[in-house]
Design a binder for this molecule. Structure first.
Ligand code: NA7
Length: 537
C-alpha cells in the first residue's frame, strides 16, 4: 500500500524511522526552525514498540527511567501504570508524545527508504523511498533502531509449513489465540523468554526449541504506587542527571568490591538481593569485576545455575536451561514465570545443541532426532542487530561508496554517530556507541542533542558539511575494541558480536565504556570545535 501524502521535494533533514529517536529528533529540529521529513515503515510511531507486539512484551528498564526527559511538562503529566510497562502501554506513550508535539504532520508512514546518495556538487543527499518519493536533504539521519531488521532462522523449508507462522517482531495487531493449539517456538532471547510463559498458558502444548539458553531474572513487575510516582516527579531533574552520568543509563551505586574478595555466604546474599530486586543492572553491578574477570563471573553463573535448579523440577531440563557463557555477555532477560513455565506438563524443551534443527516441514519442525507436529510456529529468532537496518538501505557516500561494502568487515564509525566517506550522515545510537548496553532512551536523547547541536553549529559558522576524519575514526574503533577486550563480552556468541547472523563479521559493536564516560567524550569533541570531524563550506 502506498502512502497518501505529498512529500516535500527538499528539506533540511531526512529522518529514517519514527521510533523514540526519530520522534525526538523531529521535535528538536523544529525548535531550530529546520525542515524535516520522517519516513517510517510502520503505520504509526513507536518503532520497536510498534512492531514487537508478541504476548508478554515488556520493557526491561523501569518506566520512570525509560521515558523522555526533554520536556518537564511531559514528565509531569504522564502517568505510568506499571514498573515494567507492557508494549501497549509504551506504544500509548509514544502516541501521546506524537500528539502532544504534533509530530505526525511531518511523518510519512508505511514508507521504507530504499536508497540515499550523496551529491557532492549539491552537497546534499538524494533520498528515495519504495514508493518512488525522491527528496533532497542537506542531512540524512538514520534513526532506525538497533534491533529492527528481524531475522528468520537459516533452515530449509520455512515456507513449507501448512500451519500459522509468526515472528515476534511482526506480531498481528489483532493478537493471536493459541487456545487448544500445538505450538512450537524457536528462540530463547528476550522475546522468547517473555512470550513463552504467556503462550504456555493458552496453548494445548508448547515446544521450545533452544539453541542457547538465556540468563533471566524475575522482573517482579507490579503496579506503580502513587507515592513513588510522586517522589520521582519531585526529583526528576536529579534523577535524569544521575542517569546521564551512570554506566548503563540507569542510576546504580558503583560497586567497589570484587566477587572474589568476599565469602561465599556474603556473595550468595548479594546475588539474592539482586535477584529479588527484579533489576538486571543490580545483578550486573553486584560486584565490580563480574564483567571483566572470568572467575568472578563464574560465581554469578554458579549461583544462577543453582537458582534454575531450585525452580525447575526436572534436573535435565534445568541443566539444559543453564547457560555456560559468562553472565551478561549475551543480553540477559527479565521475565515473569519463565523458569517456572518448564514445570508445566504442556511445555517441552528441545535442546538444539544435542539435536539440531534440520528443517521446517509441512507439519512442523524436524530436528536430527525426530519430527514435531504443530498448528503454529513462532519465530523468536531476533534481529540482524545494530547494522542490519543501516546496511539494508542502499546508502552511497562520496564517489558512490556503499555503506554496506564499506562495512563488510564490520562497522567503522566515529563515536557511533558518523562514518568517514559519508558527509552529513548521522546515526542515532549507531555501532560504536553505548546503544544496546544502555537504557536506550537516555542514549537516544544524548545522540539527538549532540547531532542537533552539531547542525546548529554548522549553521552558526556558515558551514555546510561535516564528516568524520578517517584517522579519528580509526582511533575510535581501536578504543571501542580495546575496551571490549578488557571485558568478557567477546566470549559469547551474541548479537553484540554479530554472531547470530551467518557470515556477519565477528566484531563487538557497542561501546562498553559506559554512558557517562561516553557522554564526556562526545561533549569534549563538540567543545573542541568538533574535533575529529572535518567541517567545510
Ligand atoms: P535475540 O536475543 O537475538 O534472541 C533470538 C533467539 O533466537 C536466540 O535464542 C537465538 O539463539 C535464537 N535463534 C536465532 N536463530 C536461530 C536459529 N537459526 N536456530 C535456532 N535458534 C536461533 O532476539 P530477541 O527478539 O529475543 O531479543 C532482542 C532484544 O530485544 C533483547 O536482547 C532485548 O534487548 C530486547 P542464539 O542465542 O543465537 O544461539
Amino acid at each position: 500500500m502506498s502512502h497518501p501524502r505529498t512529500v516535500p521535494p527538499s528539506v533540511d533533514v531526512v529522518i529514517v524511522g519514527a521510533g523514540f529517536s526519530g520522534m525526538y529528533l523531529l521535535h528538536k529540529l523544529r525548535e531550530l526552525d529546520l525542515t524535516a521529513v520522517v519516513f517510517e515503515a510502520g503505520a504509526d510511531v513507536g518503532g520497536t514498540w510498534y512492531w514487537n507486539r508478541y504476548p508478554g512484551a515488556r520493557v526491561d528498564v523501569e518506566s520512570l527511567a525509560y521515558s523522555y526527559s526533554f520536556s518537564d511538562e511531559l514528565e509531569q503529566e504522564y502517568e505510568w501504570q506499571e514498573r515494567y510497562p507492557t508494549q501497549p502501554e509504551i506504544l500509548k506513550y509514544a502516541r501521546h508524545v506524537a500528539d502532544r508535539f504534533d509530530l505526525r504532520k511531518d511523518i510519512v508512514f508505511r514508507t521504507r527508504v530504499s536508497a540515499a546518495t550523496w551529491d557532492e556538487g549539491a552537497k546534499s543527499w538524494l533520498v528515495r523511498t519504495e514508493h518512488e518519493d525522491a527528496v533532497t536533504a542537506r542531512f540524512l539521519v538514520m534513526a532506525t533502531g538497533c534491533l529492527s531488521a528481524s531475522k528468520m532462522p537459516e533452515i530449509p523449508g520455512l515456507d513449507t509449513f501448512k500451519g500459522a507462522t509468526y515472528h515476534t517482531a511482526h506480531w498481528p495487531h489483532e493478537g493471536v489465540d493459541f487456545s487448544g493449539l500445538r505450538v512450537g517456538i524457536i528462540g530463547t532471547g528476550s522475546s522468547g523468554v517473555q512470550s513463552i510463559p504467556v503462550i504456555a498458558e493458552q496453548a494445548a502444548d508448547l515446544t521450545v526449541f533452544q539453541r542457547t539458553p538465556a540468563y533471566s531474572l524475575p522482573a517482579r513487575n507490579r503496579r506503580l504506587r502513587p507515592d513513588e510516582i510522586k517522589t520521582m516527579k519531585l526529583n526528576y531533574r536529579k534523577f535524569r542527571q544521575a542517569q546521564r552520568e551512570s554506566g548503563f543509563g540507569v542510576p546504580t551505586p558503583v560497586p567497589t568490591k570484587s566477587a572474589l574478595e568476599v565469602s561465599e555466604a556474603e556473595r550468595d546474599a548479594a546475588f539474592e538481593v539482586a535477584w529479588e530486586s527484579g533489576s538486571l543492572v543490580n545483578l550486573l553491578t553486584a560486584y565490580k569485576d563480574l564483567a571483566v574477570d572470568q572467575a568472578a563471573n563464574d560465581t554469578a553463573k554458579r549461583w544462577i545455575h543453582r537458582k534454575i535448579h531450585d525452580i525447575v523440577s526436572d534436573p535435565q531440563v534445568a541443566d539444559d536451561l543453564s547457560p555456560e557463557y559468562p553472565v551478561g555477555t549475551k543480553r540477559p532477560c527479565l521475565d515473569t514465570n519463565y523458569y517456572e513455565t518448564y514445570n508445566r506438563p504442556n511445555v517441552h524443551l528441545v535442546n538444539l545443541r544435542r539435536t539440531p534443527l534440520v528443517e521446517v516441514t509441512e507439519k512442523g519442525i524436524r530436528t536430527s532426532e525426530r519430527e514435531y507436529e504443530f498448528d503454529a510456529i513462532v519465530y523468536a529468532t531476533g534481529f540482524d542487530a545494530m547494522t542490519g537496518a543501516l546496511t539494508n538501505v542502499d546508502i552511497r557516500g562520496r564517489d558512490g561508496l556503499s555503506l554496506k561494502e564499506t562495512w563488510s568487515a564490520g562497522p567503522r564509525t566515529y563515536l557511533g554517530i558518523g562514518t568517514a566517506g559519508f558527509p552529513n550522515f548521522f546515526m542515532i545510537t549507531g555501532p560504536g556507541s553505548p546503544s544496546v548496553l544502555s537504557n536506550m532512551v537516555v542514549s537516544i536523547e544524548q545522540h539527538v542533542d549532540w547531532v542537533t547541536d552539531a547542525i546548529a553549529h554548522l549553521r552558526e559558522q556558515g558551514l555546510r558539511v561535516i564528516e568524520p576524519v578517517r584517522e579519528a575514526q580509526d582511533a575510535w574503533v581501536d578504543h571501542v575494541n580495546e575496551i571490549a577486550s578488557y571485558t568478557l563480552y567477546p566470549k559469547a556468541n551474541s548479537w553484540y558480536m554479530g554472531a547470530n547472523v551467518p557470515g556477519k563479521p565477528r566484531v563487538f559493536m557497542p561501546y562498553a565504556g559506559g554512558v557517562g564516560e561516553y557522554r564526556k567524550k562526545c561533549d569534549e569533541v563538540a567543545a573542541k570545535g568538533y574535533e575529529g570531524f572535518e567541517l567545510t563550506v
